[in-house]
Ligand binder design. Structure first.
Ligand code: CA
Length: 438
């Protein structure tokens, strides 16, 4: 069996739309890895750099340790480190990173995968995605609801179901991947896979050398818009006995570290990261909301989720209670004139029909019979006439009394009864007094 060597290249570009690179990439003869940090400009680069700096510690002799065990421990360690950073500085809560890592043991790769960064294999000219995205759209593809082509342009394609957040509830996938001579493995952030289609990727990854392939892939992502940071790490399995190609960047066999992990995460204003960095006030002036932050919106830390919901509920209940008290007090300052047992009465409160609720009480029942009023006016009374105050209500009653026939202690038969005012006159008289509601 041919002994195999891993040639490699790592390349990253901030892209055309972003001001910072939150991706990290690493490549060596043992390890290739990509981490795509998220959580906004404040923390995405910190998350990816911290995770990558822990993962790349695997790039050494690991005597008597199973590569998969070593990788598993490194991933657990990286996740714990993110949790520690969030506890130390709550302003970075919600930060996280994807991780794509392949550890070569001379015969096969131990791989770790979480998030939507991808691993591809180009073998015999054919490109195949080795990893399965931990995304909402991938779950739709798995259920047969949309096609992979539809997933690429889906509006929620960047929504992640799993990512390294420093918590216990997001597990990475671990697997062994066999390799053979001539295989080219491509690890990339979504800044590449979102911008360059599968066929183009397949053609470009087959370029004469892996260095040229990396350059061409990044260039195509930028030409397609370069909306995101784009990181490409390629490992190629070659015959270990073959001479090193002087034209390859890996011919010096030195590890290549790119992106946030190489630049060093920028310090957050007023925060000590525990590495002795000083705060950079420029960071805090980046006011715009980074769309990457939205990817985390559906996943607030579970321990706070219920507390936030409870707080919102409490505030709502408080608002409703305050409004009810205010509303009740307001209703009790209102008056109206209406009928009670056939007589004109002054009511306190408001006229409303709410089942189970009494919003008014009779304040005073007058001697005035509604029936004695002109028909139109009587109807107004039965419908209720609003008043602005108690005094106003009494004035309305006084006005109504003037429409009623005089008491008739000794009506003279010779006297013709004085004609009662017509409905129209009643209406206009009340209207003039400002008391009739239309
Ligand atoms: Ca990205």
């Amino acid at each position: 069996m041919t002994s195999l060597r891993l040639d490699y290249v790592a390349l990253t570009d901030v892209g055309l739309r972003r001001s910072t690179n939150q991706d990290s990439g690493y490549a060596s003869g043992r390890l290739i890895a990509v981490a795509d940090g998220m959580g906004g400009a404040a923390a995405g680069d910190l998350a990816s750099a911290e995770a990558m700096n822990i993962i790349r510690e695997l790039d050494r002799d690991l005597p008597d340790i199973d590569p998969m065990d070593a990788l598993g421990r490194a991933v657990t360690h990286a996740n714990a480190r993110l949790g520690e950073l969030v506890r130390h500085d709550p302003s970075v809560e919600g930060m996280g990173t994807t991780l794509e890592a392949m550890l070569w043991d001379g015969e096969r790769f131990a791989t770790a995968h979480i998030g939507d960064s991808r691993a591809y294999l180009l073998r015999d000219g054919e490109l195949r995605q080795v990893s399965a995205d931990h995304t909402f759209v991938q779950s739709l593809v798995d259920e047969g609801k949309i096609t992979p082509a539809e997933a690429r342009v889906h509006p929620h394609r960047s929504l992640l179901l799993r990512v390294m957040l420093g918590r216990d509830d997001n597990e990475a996938d671990f697997d062994w991947v066999e390799g053979q001579e001539g295989d080219r493995f491509l690890l990339c952030s979504d800044g590449l896979s979102d911008m360059v289609d599968h066929a183009t990727m397949e053609a470009l990854l087959g370029s004469e050398t892996i260095d040229l392939a990396a350059t061409e892939l990044v260039r195509h992502a930028l030409e397609a818009g370069g909306y995101d940071n784009v990181t490409v790490v390629i490992g190629e399995l070659t015959d270990a006995a073959a001479d090193l190609d002087d034209h390859l960047s890996s011919s010096d066999r030195r590890p290549q570290l790119v992106g946030a992990a190489a630049d060093g995460p920028r310090a957050r204003t007023g925060q000590d990261l525990g590495h002795g960095e000083t705060a950079d006030p420029v960071v805090s002036r980046q006011g715009a909301i980074d769309p990457e932050e939205i990817r985390y919106a559906p996943q607030p830390p579970s321990r706070w989720r219920w507390a936030r919901r409870a707080a919102v509920l409490l505030v709502l209940v408080g608002v409703i209670a305050a409004a009810s008290v205010y509303g009740y007090r307001w209703s009790q300052d209102q008056y109206f004139v209406a009928e009670s047992d056939g007589r004109v009465a002054v009511y306190r409160g408001i006229q409303a029909d709410i089942p189970g609720l009494t919003l008014n009480t009779v304040e005073q029942v007058t001697q005035l019979q509604t029936d004695t009023l002109p028909e139109f006016t009587a109807r107004q009374v039965r419908d209720g006439i609003g008043a602005s105050s108690r005094a106003d209500a009494r004035q309305i009653v006084t006005d109504l009394e003037s429409f009623a026939p005089e008491p008739e202690p000794s009506p003279s038969p010779s006297e013709s009864p004085s004609p009662s005012p017509s409905d129209d006159e009643t209406s206009s008289a009340l209207a003039a007094a400002g008391q009739v509601h239309p």
